[in-house]
Design a protein around this ligand. Structure first.
Ligand code: SAM
Length: 277
């Protein structure tokens, strides 16, 4: 696996992206490859302020841990490591965890956070999901893709390719846990303005600036008046569920804000659990 083990930032070849660049018309930026330009150093540094580890820990409770244990999971591939929140949690709970991300900035921060929160040495792999199996060779009981990450893929071909790669690194009875914002609610009813669960820093706002069926552009504002954007693809719930089934997952269960039963437009986040067997 490329980049596994103790690594220093130099190994990731971090490119200098001092500021986000969306060009003269940001609404035309609908490109899967653009995510590495969006997670610039300043934004990555702010990300933990945005998601507030302590509050996130409290609001998620043991949902993912209980779910993984209920399937007898021992090994987990965290494919959207970001700054390492779930990887660190999984290691602390005793799961054999490997941490993947396509952004070198994010992985470097995750590695730093692993050391800072409990002295954990994260096993990190710098890889894009679309070519995951080039760099990740083991097989895992579970793949987790959390924090509204799958939304970064802009073409159906990229989504199918990524899901096929996730499917391939799973053991025969493995599971994929993939979450997303409830874009149906935003597309159909407008943004509720609530920030529960993921974006809990009280003084941080995360709001859609623009939405259509092909683009959700979010603005993240911080107390120091800095602001950053992410351009994402607004995944509809039934579409994601269909894709999961079409790439071969046998059963897909969807939770709304950690509950099994929910009204369509109530939850902020949807969590899909897809079984390979
Ligand atoms: N899971 C983390 C969390 O919840 O805090 C991070 C979420 S962040 C919204 C999305 C992450 O997915 C980023 O770290 C980004 O670099 C990664 N990502 C997006 N597209 C990717 C791709 N095609 N391959 C690998 N990583 C990707």
């Amino acid at each position: 696996m490329k980049g596994v083990g103790a690594v220093d930032k130099g190994e990731f070849q971090i490119e200098a992206h001092p500021a986000q660049e969306f060009g003269p018309d940001p609404l035309t930026v609908r490109d899967t490859d653009h995510y590495t330009n969006e997670y610039v150093k300043g934004f990555v540094e702010k990300w933990d302020e945005l998601i507030d580890w302590k509050k996130r820990y409290a609001s998620e409770g043991s949902f993912f841990i209980d779910l993984l244990r209920s399937y007898g999971v021992k090994s987990v591939l965290d494919v959207a490591t970001g700054t390492g929140f779930h990887s660190v949690r999984l290691i602390e709970e005793g799961f054999d965890t490997v941490s993947v991300d396509g952004s070198a900035e994010m992985l470097a921060k995750a590695f730093e956070n692993g050391l800072a929160y409990g002295g954990h040495i994260l096993r990190v792999v710098h890889a894009d999901w679309r070519w995951l199996n080039k760099d990740v060779h083991g097989q895992f009981d579970a793949v987790v893709c959390l924090g509204n990450s799958f939304t970064h893929l802009f073409s159906e071909q990229d989504r199918r390719k990524a899901l096929a790669e996730f499917y391939a690194v799973l053991k025969h009875d493995g599971i994929l846990i993939l979450d997303q914002r409830n874009y149906d609610a935003i597309l159909d009813n407008g943004f509720s303005g609530k920030h529960t669960y993921y974006y809990c820093g009280e003084e941080v706002t995360a709001e859609p600036e623009y939405i259509d069926e092909g683009l959700a552009r979010f603005r993240y504002r911080f107390p120091d008046n800095s602001q950053y954007h992410l351009n994402m693809f607004p995944l509809r719930k039934d579409y994601t569920r269909r894709l999961l089934q079409e790439v071969g997952f046998q059963r897909v269960e969807t939770y709304g804000d950690f509950q099994e039963t929910f009204k369509a437009d109530e939850p902020d986040f949807l969590i899909h659990v897809a079984e390979k067997r």
